[in-house]
Design a protein around this ligand. Structure first.
Ligand SMILES: [Zn+2]
Length: 416
């Protein structure tokens, strides 16, 4: 068998094969199967063989061979919730929050999402691209090989379109695969403050149909002071008619019944869920909707409560983890940092966190070709400078990534 690249001398290979195959992994998990002294062979962007080194090497004739130096190899991270294309910055709000203002109070005073909206409306396509490129480079250097990316800072047709066009162009020009989400229903723009009904009609009649060709998913910010459950149902119902797959920002700051709504609508994911109660957990557990938890956000906002991950795992909810990368409530591109926070604050085990950031995260964006290392899957993997997979969430605030391979090509090398 011919291979373009053979990655060999892998000290510990974690394929996640057998997990999350017919659906996302559910339930508590304490351990991950590993293969010592392993190799992965890749051709045409896909894995053609992976397993014990001697077996793989006997099967393939590789054009290029590379040593992992005895390091740990895992599937590349899939980050299933980011707000990637934004303009401007909000460091002033950070100080206000430290001085005691809440995120909701800052938003009501004209900050928050609407502050980024003003900067994003004023930004050209080139400016959006220039702002997003270094974020993507940081994501790659922290082991992310696929990311979801939302609009939602334009809040008018042309500015939302520019954000989605930026996502499409960034997807083409750099290694990380991007999955686009229309989040025009992110806020009520100032000009509709007095007539929210008119804004919802604008969304369902103009922004959702007009932007459909540029976005696979549609998402709504269902939250106190933003969109109610009933309004979110109308917007997402329309999105579904138009052929969008659905996501929902639900139960982040107060419990509204958002998780139940996501399940009712057959959403691919329900995201945040910091305040989801027993009924929402039961609904998620009985559904195919993946719970995307964002422990970076509750950390960054100084929340006392975090998403009830343990109750969700015990109930059988499928959990994914994401950065929520955005300028106001969670400014990070680092999935490894999210793993640490998921373990420390959400009490997830390292095994649960790693599955949630890879195999289950792929389910959260409806991609079945990645998140697991197996023949036929995308050759998206990361070589970690760590003694074992269990070590990853224990060492935080730095990147332990040695090498990133995307679709069978080395796209990041720490030493170059
Ligand atoms: Zn978000």
């Amino acid at each position: 068998m011919k291979a373009d690249l053979l990655l060999t001398d892998i000290g510990q290979l974690v394929t996640l094969q057998g997990l999350a195959e017919a659906g996302p992994q559910r339930g508590p998990l304490d351990d991950l199967p590993t293969i010592a002294d392993a190799a992965v062979a890749m051709a045409d962007g896909l894995i053609v063989a992976c397993g014990p080194r001697a077996e793989v090497e006997a099967q393939v004739e590789a054009r290029l061979t590379r040593s992992a130096g005895g390091r740990v190899v895992l599937p590349g991270f899939v980050d299933p919730h980011t707000h990637l294309p934004w303009a401007g910055s909000r460091e002033g709000e950070f100080a206000k929050r430290l001085a005691g203002m809440s995120y909701a109070e800052i938003a009501q005073a004209g900050g928050g999402i609407r502050a980024t909206m003003r900067a994003t409306r004023a930004a050209s396509l080139d400016a959006l691209l220039a702002a997003a490129r270094p974020r993507l480079r940081r994501m790659l250097s922290h082991g992310t090989t696929t990311a979801e990316a939302k609009s939602g800072y334009g809040l008018e047709l042309e500015a939302e379109r520019r954000q989605l066009e930026a996502i499409a162009q960034l997807d083409r020009e750099q290694p990380i695969d991007l999955v686009a989400t229309n989040l025009a229903a992110h806020e009520i723009p100032d000009e509709y403050r007095q007539d929210r009904e008119a804004w919802i009609t604008k969304l369902t009649d103009e922004l959702l149909p007009g932007l459909k060709p540029l976005a696979e998913f549609c998402d709504v910010f269902c939250e106190d002071h933003v969109f109610t459950v009933e309004e979110s149902r109308r917007i997402l119902g329309r999105a579904r008619e138009l052929g969008y797959k659905l996501k929902l920002h639900a139960d982040e700051l107060v419990p509204t019944g958002g998780a139940e709504l996501a399940v009712e609508l057959g959403a691919v994911s329900a995201d945040h869920l910091a305040k989801t109660g027993p009924a929402g957990i039961a609904a998620l557990a009985a559904s195919d909707t993946v719970a995307v938890l964002l422990p970076g956000t509750s950390f960054y906002l100084g929340a006392k409560e975090h998403a009830p991950a343990r109750a969700m795992l015990e109930a059988g909810v499928a959990i994914a983890l994401a950065t929520d990368a955005n300028p106001g409530s969670c400014l990070t591109e680092s999935m490894p940092m999210i793993l640490t926070l998921a373990c420390v604050n959400l009490r997830m085990t390292p095994a649960e966190a790693i599955v949630a950031a890879t195999a289950n995260a792929a389910w959260a964006i409806d991609r079945r070709d990645r998140g697991v290392l197996a023949p036929g899957k995308l050759a998206d993997l990361v070589v970690w400078d760590a003694p074992s997979w269990r070590y990853l969430p224990t060492h935080f605030g730095v990147s332990l990534v040695d090498t990133v391979v995307k679709r069978g090509a080395v796209v990041y090398d720490r030493n170059q």
